[in-house]
Ligand binder design. Structure first.
Ligand code: ADP
Ligand code: AMP
Length: 215
């Protein structure tokens, strides 16, 4: 099963994708995570992307499309994948259709997580992640069971994203409205789009997602 999770920054895409990966073996493909990994390694691609990410603007379609094309060609993706943070423009959605068709692959569902804007800001402002395994947390909505220790891997190192601040979030929300929201009608006209109330708690969102996907 190949799925797209759509939604503004902080809507809960990564949280839900990780859980679907854990429970159903679907591969989470997060373009944001891939770019951050590339920055960490000091790769030219990462360096080019970093300046744009720090400002909260999108990186060029050509760069992202190439990255996805290479990723979905890897053998593990045959198990099915969840696209998280891609596509983010109509051009990326069109490129995705073309690359899936060329590989004889298809999309099974496009699901939008709908969350109010003030809640999005609250979510990204409190977001932190285990530096070792990537498990996601939130200062108010999901703290580690033992303070300072990751529930998943026991590490005590956590990171916060440089772009998870109120100022950069303004630009990221603008990019979502201007460049990403137009892909909603793109999938709607294909009859592929379904929406979920992303304001509910994580378990409730997950249950609805599983039901919608028929898993
Ligand atoms: P996205 O991948 O869409 O940017 P995340 O999954 O990283 O969003 O979620 C953003 C923040 O909000 C994280 O700190 C996460 O723990 C928290 N979060 C995610 N879903 C919910 C939810 N349904 N209710 C409350 N907090 C949530
Ligand atoms: P995310 O982790 O999904 O919130 O993405 C963080 C940042 O990475 C975004 O603000 C963009 O600068 C960049 N990015 C991630 N995915 C894409 C994409 N599909 N297209 C363009 N830029 C992206």
């Amino acid at each position: 099963m190949n799925i797209i999770l759509l939604g503004a920054p902080g809507a809960g895409k990564g949280t839900q994708a990780r859980r679907l990966e854990e429970e159903y073996g679907l591969i989470q493909i997060s373009t944001g995570d891939m770019l951050r990994a590339s920055i960490k390694k000091g790769e030219p691609l990462g360096l080019e992307a970093k300046q744009l990410m720090d400002k909260g603007t999108l990186v060029p379609d050509s760069l992202i499309v190439r990255m996805i094309e290479e990723r979905i060609a890897e053998p593990d993706c045959a198990k099915g994948f969840i696209l998280d943070g891609f596509p983010r423009t109509v051009a990326q959605a069109e490129a995705l259709d073309a690359m899936l068709a060329a590989r004889g692959m298809k999309l099974d569902a496009v699901i939008e997580l709908v969350v109010d804007e003030d809640k999005l800001v609250e979510r990204v402002s409190g977001r932190f992640t285990c530096a070792k395994c990537g498990e996601g947390y939130h200062d108010s909505f999901k703290t580690p069971q033992k303070a300072g220790v990751c529930d998943s891997c026991g590490s005590s190192e956590f990171t916060r994203r440089a772009d998870d601040n109120a100022e950069t979030m303004k630009a990221r929300l603008q990019a979502f409205h201007d460049q990403t929201a137009p892909i909603l009608p793109y999938y709607e006209t294909k009859g592929a789009l379904k929406s979920i109330d992303g304001m509910a708690d994580m378990d409730a969102v997950y249950d609805e997602l599983v039901q919608l996907l028929g898993l």
